[in-house]
Ligand binder design. Sequence first.
Ligand code: ADP
Ligand code: MG
Ligand code: ZN
Length: 476
Amino acid sequence: MEFEAVIGLEVHAQLKTKSKIFCSCSTEFGAPPNTHVCPICLGMPGVLPVLNKKVVEYALRMAVATGCRIAQTSRFARKNYFYPDLPKGYQISQYELPIAESGMVEIEANGGFKKIGITRIHMEEDAGKLNHDPHRPMSHVDLNRTGIPLIEIVSEPDIRSPEEAGAYLRKLRAILRYLEICDGNMEEGSFRCDANISLRLKGNEVFGTRTELKNLNSFKHVEKAIQYEIRRQQSILEEGGEVIQETRLWNPDSGKTFSMRGKEEAHDYRYFPDPDLLPLVIDSAWIERVKRELPELPDEKTARFIRQYSLPNQDAERLTSSRELSDFFERCATFFPDAKAICNWITGTLLGLLNAQGKTIENSPVSAENLAGLLKLVSDDVISGKIAKTVFDEMAETGKPAKQIVDEKGLVQVTDTSAIDAAVQKVIEGSPNEVAAYQAGKKKLMGFFVGQVMKETRGKANPGMVNKILQDKLGG
Ligand code: ADP
Ligand code: MG
Ligand code: ZN
């Protein structure tokens, strides 16, 4: 039996507003527990919520960026449930009339492109946080997060594999970050994802019973957890069993999912329109302004990089994966014309260094201007590519421009024919056995001679010239 996975994702993105969605409390992360709270977000009786306009503005940006249809009138509803992190006993969310519906994002899949539908985007408030005491049977409630604005982005069940799920999430996150509305940090919980997964026999139209996975708090875990869940469901079905519709939790330590609770249905939540909040009316002038002010988005930027810099698709994708990285590349490109060389140095060397140092491109120890300066020295034949790596490491450590390091350390490439000639002569005289073997036909020894000359010149000889002079002297 061949099964096909059907996956739909629900993403919660925390919006980067200064204040909460219905009160003026700060959204700042990491404050002492219960210091960013007020009667409104604590759910005291008799208070009234007031909608933060910035939240609507941000939700609109995402709706426009993903091609959604925007509702001129949308509404807030109360989603009722009891949990200690929810002081009001209900969460204010949008239900029947969300702000946006029917959008899509495009991902790369199996070497081509694939559209993933977006069912809806709605605004809601976050709940508080429970901190479980590891030593006693006790939990502490921190309500600083209560009322932090979120958008929930619900996908159509268009995703077919863990890899597609990962690609979709990375694309969503990139868009949110380009729009500057969410920092997209999965580990810190500002970008969270629940995955709905079911299997069906290949070729079958109807969907199978799904489970919903929660607690997926890193990109690596999302793909692993989905993979595990697909296998689990597959073995149930192969043995003739039935998948139970339920909510499951991913345990990153055991690498397994386990049942958390039976799946709740919408009617369990007793949704009803929040009588304290007016219907939200968005006029077309507002939508038009958001459209006009939309920045260049990842897909557009990728296409432009391919066009403008003649970069291969993969390189362009890589460079535009974040706005900051693409900005860094473009700044380099204003100082140095060879885009492919810049790209190779950024993706091959600089990103490796940043990764090792736990840094991001915004605080790169090598500036865009200095990286371009280094590449210029290589292309002008002032230093060899090999020395360039040494200079790069020095730049990363000291922050100095390449030129200064090369001058200070005397690393200028030797292109003086007589100097290289002398070094070649010395090597030939010092290795009579190898010379004899080479001349008897062992041409592989060329590498040995080049290495010796480089050693002799402390890596500074121009490799092309070394090769040429060696060939001349040794005879073909
Ligand atoms: P709920 O809010 O109860 O989880 P929704 O109907 O809003 O339910 O669906 C949530 C997500 O589940 C959506 O992303 C949707 O694409 C996905 N989904 C719905 N049915 C299936 C299914 N049979 N298999 C996999 N995903 C599904
Ligand atoms: Mg759900
Ligand atoms: Zn408050």
